[in-house]
Each structure stands twice: as C-alpha cells, then as structure tokens.
Design a protein around this ligand. Structure first.
Ligand SMILES: NC(=O)c1ccc[n+]([C@@H]2O[C@H](COP(=O)([O-])OP(=O)(O)OC[C@H]3O[C@@H](n4cnc5c(N)ncnc54)[C@H](O)[C@@H]3O)[C@@H](O)[C@H]2O)c1
Length: 439
C-alpha cells in the first residue's frame, strides 16, 4: 500500500508537487524563485499588496533576485503571488518565512509565526508538509506551530501531515554562497517529517543536512548566529582595548588572521545590524531565562555591541575636537546607513543609533547611501543627500558607518575636513592621517 509519505516524496521527485511560500521577503522570495526554477509550481503569500503586485508583474524588490528571473518564471506560469491564504489549499508543501523581530521590551515577537500558522491551519490537508524557516528559539516548531496546525479537522502530525524546521542561512548581497548552494539543515517533528522535508528541499538545493529533530535544527541556527555575535563583541572590545593601548586594531586583526588554523577573522564596527545577528541570540537568552538560566556570553557580547554606536559618537567628538568644534551645531555626514555593505537593508542598522545620538547632542546630521534613498524609521525621517561630494566638502565631519564598495574613498578623504572611519574603509590611507580618526 502506498503511504502518504511515499506519495509525497514521489511528487517531489517528479516535480509535480505544488509549493507555497508564506512571507515573500529577503528569505521567502529567493526561496520561491529557487523552487520555481527547479520546475515546481510555486505560489507565494504575503499580506503586502505592493509586493504581491510586483511579483505578479514580474518585478523583484530584493537586490539578490534579478527581475528577469521573476519575469521568466511568471511568463512560464511557474510563479505567482497572492495575499490570500486560500491559494494554499492545493499546495503539497509550504514554507513559512515570516519575520521574527524583538518587541520593544527585547522579548521575542512570535506574532508573525503565530499569525501565519493560524492562517495556514484551515488549508492543512492530508499529505502536506510544512517547514518553518524563520529563526527562532528551540521548541517553537513543536510547542507553538504544531498545536495551531493539529487543531483543525483533527489532522495528526506524522500520520496525516508532516512538519519540520529548516533554518534559512541566506546572507544578502553574497554571490558565492546563495540559497541554492548553502547547505540546508533540516529537522522534523519525527524522523518521517524530517525525511519528507529533506526529500522536498533536496530537489532544488545542492545539499541537505538532515538532523534528528526540529529542536536540533532550531538550535543549530542560533549557534551559528550566536557564534558571530559573540565574536563580533570580542573584536569590538578588542578595538576599545587597542585604543587605550594605542595599538592599531586593524593591523592586529590582519596579523592574527595569517594563522592558517584555529583563528577566524572578525572585524569591529559601529554596532550590530540586520535581522539576524543582533536578534537571534536574544531569542536564545530569553528562552533560557524562562528556564532559570542566564546566558552570560550572549548578555556580555550584546552589552558591548550595543555600546558601539555610543563609542562611535565619541570618535566623532574626537574628530571635531581636533578642529576645536563641538558636536552641537556641527554638520555630520553619515556615509552608508545599510547594516552592511552593498545591500539595501536598514533593519537594526547601527547607523540609526549613531544618527539619534548625534541629533541628541545637537548635530546637524545628513546621510548618504546609494542603496537607501530615504529613512522612515520610528521618529526618524530623512532623505539621502543628492550631491555626495558637495556634502563631503561641506560637512565638518564625515563618518563612514557602512563601507559600500562603490564609494571613492580616496576622493572622499581628499575632499573632507575630517573623517571618522569605523570600518577601515580607507585602509592604509587612513593610518596616521591627520584628517582621520579610526575605530
Ligand atoms: N534577511 C536575512 O538575511 C535572513 C537570513 C537568515 C534568516 N532570516 C530569518 O528569516 C525570517 C524572515 O526574514 P526576512 O529577512 O525574509 O524578513 P522580511 O521582513 O524581509 O520578509 C518577511 C515577509 O513576511 C511577510 N509577512 C509578515 N507576516 C505575514 C503573514 N502572517 N503571512 C504571510 N506573510 C507575512 C512580510 O510582509 C514580509 O514580506 C526571519 O525569521 C529572519 O530572522 C533572515
């Protein structure tokens, strides 16, 4: 007798399975495109009408996904988008890629996962597999998503439908490791759930790494991001220590990085940014607090990283001081506000904190970013300046916060009155330069 598991695996093998992707952002849209390019019919669900309309016109709003790819898939009838969950009714496999931010209190905000699971529940049917991709604390898939999906129609996981967790590892802006060739960890509620999910992803991605449970997969993602966050905290503190010791931190890091084993290079900066590194470890520490355990490494690294925008403010003060100027009344040009180079993502960017701190001290702050034409964030509304070089000349201080590769740094240094370089964007040019204050 053919089981629902065997039927589903066969549908993946012959690419007749219909795929649904919930949440068409930085993670969901590339994933939808990859499945559609592998030959599956894909429907994407997102509540934002503008995103859905853009996809249905064959336009991408994610830098890593070329519009030509979306257009080709639309024309071939392989990809479409909708705001209506009812379109998932005939899907065989659904991936949930919704945001997992922090609340103002610093606690995990799982409302997007809860809402997606609740909206999907009426359409869960026999022979469906669901994979949660959003980064979250261990236990979320089993303790939170599963009860939502099992409650409808009396369907039972592992008997009627399958549920697994597979963390997304995409690094926006990166071209060598993409959604297709980055190994994909997958763990199910049960071994069968994991096997079905792996059979699905294995049809479109180069390498699937099965693990025994969804909790292992959830924790693996948090280990990866906590590892980065703690190591960035370490080099940020190293930068502060080197400053006191009057030692060049950038040279120290380059020297250490020549060790061919046992060392991995991380670089300091004005603070952590993005939707993952500053947030995911706090999901873990929050969960551990509920189990009466204090995740000390995470708390300490978070404290140091959170301090970096204020440390950057100090560097800007030092730079202005050289010209006998105060922050109050000075014009400061922030160069780059995206949270990392060559992308258009402003989420959790330390630039926002640096701008706020400067404004609090009375600075006249402007910014330039080739990827972000305007900032509309809580009580901060600004537009990127139009004439970059004119602003460089006019500013009392230029603060390089994000080292986008398209900037002509030698020309900027030449034209600026003072430069604060938080990323070593100037390299050797900035070393011992009278106009430059480095992190
Ligand atoms: N961006 C990254 O680099 C990255 C990398 C790895 C993992 N992640 C994780 O992946 C998850 C998604 O991140 P992202 O960067 O794609 O976020 P995003 O904000 O870019 O995209 C999420 C999308 O989900 C949509 N959405 C919100 N609620 C929804 C709902 N109830 N139903 C359907 N759609 C809904 C939003 O409109 C948005 O388009 C997060 O948990 C994040 O931590 C992100």
């Amino acid at each position: 007798m053919t089981t629902i598991k065997a039927t589903l695996i066969k549908k993946f093998a012959d690419h007749t399975a219909r795929i649904g992707i919930i949440g068409l952002g930085y993670v969901g849209l590339p994933l939808a495109v990859v499945f559609a390019e592998a030959g599956f019919n894909v429907i994407g669900i997102d509540p934002i009408r503008e995103k859905v309309d853009a996809i249905n016109r064959g336009e991408s709003y994610i830098l890593d996904v070329d519009s030509n790819r979306v257009k080709a898939l639309m024309d071939a009838g392989k990809l479409k988008a909708s705001t209506d969950y009812a379109n998932l009714g005939d899907s065989d496999a659904v991936s949930i890629c919704v945001p997992t931010p922090l609340r103002k209190t610093g606690d995990p905000d799982l409302s997007f996962i809860a809402s997606a699971a609740k909206s999907l529940a009426p359409y869960v049917h026999r022979g469906m597999v669901i994979v949660l991709e959003s980064s979250t604390y261990p236990g979320t898939t089993r303790e939170m998503v599963l009860p939502e999906l099992e409650s409808e129609d009396g369907l039972k996981v592992c008997e009627d439908f399958f549920l697994a967790f597979s963390p997304e590892r995409v690094d926006p802006g990166r071209e060598d490791w993409t959604t297709i060739n980055t190994p994909k960890v997958i763990g199910g509620i049960s071994p069968d759930c994991g096997e079905v999910a792996a059979a699905w992803y294995g049809q479109a991605l180069e390498k699937v790494v099965p693990v025994s449970t969804c909790e292992v997969a959830e924790m693996a993602k948090l280990l990866e991001n906590t590892f980065r966050m703690i190591n960035i905290g370490l080099v940020n503190e190293l930068a502060i220590m080197c400053d006191r010791l009057k030692v060049d931190v950038w040279e120290v890091i380059e020297a250490a990085a020549t060790k061919p084993f046992g060392f991995m290079k991380f670089t300091p900066g004005p603070g952590l940014g993005g939707h993952c590194i500053p947030i995911d470890p706090l999901y873990l520490s929050w969960k551990l607090r509920s189990l009466n355990y204090n995740a000390r490494f995470i708390e300490l690294a978070s404290e140091i990283n959170t301090y970096m925008p204020r440390y950057t403010l100090g560097k800007i003060q030092d730079a202005l001081n050289i010209h006998k100027k105060s922050v109050n009344g000075s014009r400061v040009l922030i160069l780059g506000v995206a949270y990392k180079p060559d992308i258009d993502d402003l989420r959790e960017s330390p630039a926002l904190d640096v701008i706020h701190l400067l404004q609090e001290k009375g600075a006249d702050v402007v910014y330039h970013d080739p990827y972000i034409s305007q900032i509309d964030h809580e009580n901060l509304q600004m537009c990127s300046v139009k004439d970059l070089m004119q602003e460089v000349v006019q500013a009392d201080c230029v603060a390089i916060i994000t080292n986008h590769s398209q900037y002509d740094y030698p020309a900027i240094l030449d034209a600026a009155q003072m430069v604060v370089d938080t990323r070593n964007a100037l390299g050797d040019l900035g070393k011992n330069h009278p106009k430059v204050v480095r992190l």
